[in-house]
Design a protein around this ligand. Structure first.
Ligand SMILES: [Zn+2]
Length: 66
């Protein structure tokens, strides 16, 4: 029996902080078009991005949903 290798599986400690998945919703038609990852530390508040909305067929402001 070969000796067990040293533990390679260290827990990925969060140097970058907590990262969560945010759903982006069109502020115009409320369609949920995008999913994005954000850092809770860098963006504690809700984020807003201008993205193309298929339903509006134009660029609209997208806001993070709860
Ligand atoms: Zn829209």
């Amino acid at each position: 029996m070969a000796p067990k290798p040293p533990s390679q599986f260290k827990i990925m400690a969060g140097k970058k902080g907590i990262r969560i998945i945010a759903t982006m919703e069109c502020t115009n038609c409320k369609e949920r078009n995008y999913m994005t990852e954000k850092s809770k530390r860098n963006d504690p508040a809700r984020i807003e991005l201008k993205k193309y909305c298929k339903r509006c067929r134009s660029h609209q402001m997208h806001r993070e949903t709860k």
